[in-house]
Structures are given as C-alpha cells and as structure tokens.
Design a protein around this ligand. Structure first.
Ligand SMILES: [Zn+2]
Length: 184
C-alpha cells in the first residue's frame, strides 16, 4: 500500500496513487519534489525528477556536481560515500558482479580511476564488499596497468582519468598505500 502524502488516502500501488494526484491538481514531479524533497549533495538544488525510481536513487544532478562534491569533501567522507553507494546498489539490485565503468557512468557514480585513486584498487574494494569480479579480469588488468592498452585507448583513458582526477592538495593523504595520482 502507498499513502497519498496530501490527504493520507491509501492506494494499492504507485500507478493508482499517481492517477489520484490529479485530484490535488499536482503533477508527479510537483508531488514528489514538494512532499519528498531531495537535494543535490553539492549545490543543494532540488533533484530533477524524471521518474520515481530515478528521483529516489539520485544524489547529484550532474557528474560535475558529483566531481565538485568529492573534490571539496574530506577524503574520509568521500571514501565513505563511494563505498556506501556501491554497497547500497548491491543490496537493492542484488548484484553479483561489480559495476562496470559504463554502469558507473550511467549511475552518476565516480569512475573506476577515482576509486583506484582513493582506495588503491576498485576491484579489490568490490571483492571486499562481496561482489564477484572475475568477469572483469581484463578491465582489472587494464586499470591496474598490468597490461597495456593500444596507445589511442590508453591516451583516451588517461585524459578521462585526469578529467576526473581529484585535487587532493588540500586533503590529508588517503590512508591506503596508494598515492592519489598513482593511477593516472
Ligand atoms: Zn490525496
């Protein structure tokens, strides 16, 4: 059962609730943003509403805001956040395998390079969180520089990495052994 936050009427499912919103002259976006406001962690603006699922899963309205928030947060807070979103994603979706770079991008999660910078190794972190990573062995080897990519690809991934690189000059060094710039 879902409850209408305006009048407390109960409905079997979201579809029926959403149809009922007309009675309050509310569009879905207005209803959720008014009664369940969620704000971008970086700039405090209301999360843009595309659908209910997206709305409640979104922490940042853009990759830029995610990047700026990470850059301006203490390293421990950034690490906690990066770990939590993976863990939460795993639980909610009952995921077996670690999210790929493409999935991270779609979800507005930090890129693998950033995980490597702050944790030392994205896939090792994922294994600690209970993900399987064997299907990502090739990506793992790429990301740990154990094998080299064709020059045009590695050039491209290097520029991505620096695009997402976090300036850690104002932050304490991460407690992991890896230095923040070792992966780029
Ligand atoms: Zn109502």
């Amino acid at each position: 059962m879902v409850k209408c936050a305006v009048c407390n009427a109960e409905f079997e499912n979201d579809r029926k609730l959403h149809a009922h919103l007309k009675a309050h002259k509310l569009r879905m976006v207005e209803y959720y943003q008014k009664y369940y406001p969620r704000y971008d962690k970086y700039d405090g603006k209301i999360i843009k509403f595309k659908n209910k699922k997206q709305y409640f899963e979104t922490e940042f309205n853009s990759r830029t805001n995610l990047r700026m928030w990470l850059k301006n947060s203490p390293i421990e807070e950034a690490k906690q956040y990066c770990k939590d979103i993976l863990q939460k994603r795993k639980q909610e979706k009952e995921l077996t395998y670690a999210p790929t770079q493409v999935e991270l991008r779609t979800l507005i999660f930090p890129p693998i390079q950033y995980y490597n910078e702050i944790f030392g190794d994205y896939y090792a972190l994922c294994r600690k969180l209970g993900f399987k990573t064997k299907h990502n062995i090739l990506l793992y080897l790429y990301s740990s520089n154990s094998i080299s990519l064709p020059s045009h690809i590695s050039k491209c991934s290097r520029s991505n990495a620096s695009e997402h690189a976090i300036d850690s000059s104002n932050s304490p060094s991460p407690s992991s052994a890896a230095s923040p710039s070792s992966s780029i």
